[in-house]
Design a protein around this ligand. Structure first.
Ligand code: GDP
Ligand code: MG
Length: 342
């Protein structure tokens, strides 16, 4: 059964970079992965593309042929893709049943909040057997300003209601957040979206004219009680692993390595263990369904890493990398000595 992610979010929120990061992570983990670029305006695609919409249609051609602007052109491209869904389906079939597919969507937010084509394409994918989760990226920069934060909450809620998929909202580029100044609250206030009434003072002082409107929006978001955020710093392995676990839980994917896969370094080889100590399906699913644990799974850890003690952590990680580099060099030197002796 193929699993996948519909990666959406406004332009520049980090969708393509995330897809590339996930590709690198999954290759390292020996997990299957394929990326489908559905953004006809994506010029410098950083990742290897399994399927690229520009071999079906390009934004430039649409704009020239139909005299449309970039936004209208983009909507046309998505409608064209919907009308030619067979093209996509045929290529997806070639990826096989075990595929894990990322769909890199265009950044026009109306595509994931209002326009029907993407939604209908998603429904067709689900009908053909895909288990999908929406991964909605929002630049973490928005949490530094209360009114921008409200707009991100609205956007996320709207995308959740529109796409009707298991949904993971993500504050991306959290590694840059310190640059934008101090936050009014701790990071978990923004990720957990528990009690937004605390925003009232900030909102009323920054835009008194819209205070009542802002608070009405806030209570609407709270009434739904749906929006929450994970965080992402794409170059931080722990952050990517945590997000992967959260998404696996959302789309229901439990990765089981093929039987002939090598036992990873440091893992216990249970081949000759008594049956009571062998990993089994019950243990596997219990772990997959349990709470998402590990480094960076708590917003307080993320806050410490990227806000409160960023410099110390940067220095610590640099020292770790240097140490790893030394170990690799020592290992290589030892191997070449052994080879020379032979
Ligand atoms: N520091 C940092 N920069 C990021 C991160 N993710 C994306 N970026 C940068 O944000 C910019 C926009 O990213 P891109 O993936 O092209 O956004 P897209 O338009 O949503 O596909 C690029 O310059 C990326 O290098 C991140 O986690 N941390
Ligand atoms: Mg992109």
């Amino acid at each position: 059964m193929p699993f996948g992610e519909v990666v959406c979010g406004s332009p520049g929120s980090g969708k393509s970079t995330y897809c590339y990061g996930k590709h690198q992570l999954f290759i390292a983990l020996n997990r299957p992965i394929a990326i489908v670029n559905l953004d006809p305006a994506n010029e410098n695609i950083p990742y290897p593309c399994a399927i690229d919409i520009s071999s079906l249609i390009t934004l430039d051609d649409v704009m020239n042929e139909h005299g449309l602007g970039p936004n209208g052109g983009m909507l046309y491209c998505m409608e064209y893709l919907e009308a030619n869904y067979d093209w996509l389906e045929d290529r997806l079939k070639e990826l096989g049943n075990e595929a894990y597919v990322l769909f890199d969507l265009p950044g026009q937010v109306e595509l994931s909040t209002n326009h029907e084509s993407v939604k209908r394409i998603v429904k067709k994918l689900e009908k053909s057997g895909f288990r999908l989760a929406a991964v909605h990226l929002c630049d973490a920069h928005y949490v530094t300003d209360a009114s921008k934060y409200i707009s991100v909450l609205m956007l996320s809620l709207r995308a959740m209601l529109h796409l009707e998929l298991p949904h993971v909202n993500v504050l991306s580029k959290v590694d840059l957040i310190q640059q934008y100044g101090d936050l009014d609250f701790n990071l978990d206030f923004y990720t957990e979206v528990q009690d937004l009434s605390y925003l009232e003072n900030t909102l009323s002082s920054s835009s008194p004219r819209f205070a009542a409107l802002n608070m009405a929006i806030v209570s609407l978001i709270e009434d739904y009680g749906l929006v929450g955020f994970e965080t992402l710093a794409v170059e931080d392995k722990e952050s990517m692993l945590h997000l992967t676990r959260a998404i696996d839980k959302a789309n229901g994917c439990v990765f089981v390595p093929p039987q002939d896969a090598k036992v990873p370094d440091g893992a216990v080889d249970a081949t000759d263990a008594p049956p009571t100590q062998k990993p089994n399906a019950y243990g596997l699913f219990a772990t997959a369904m349990g709470a998402v644990k590990g480094p960076r799974s708590d917003p307080r850890d993320v806050q410490e890493r990227w806000l409160d003690a960023k410099e110390e952590w940067d220095a610590y990680e640099k020292a770790q990398w240097r140490r790893e580099g030394q170990l690799v060099q020592e290992e290589n030197a030892k191997r070449s000595q052994i080879r020379e002796r032979k």
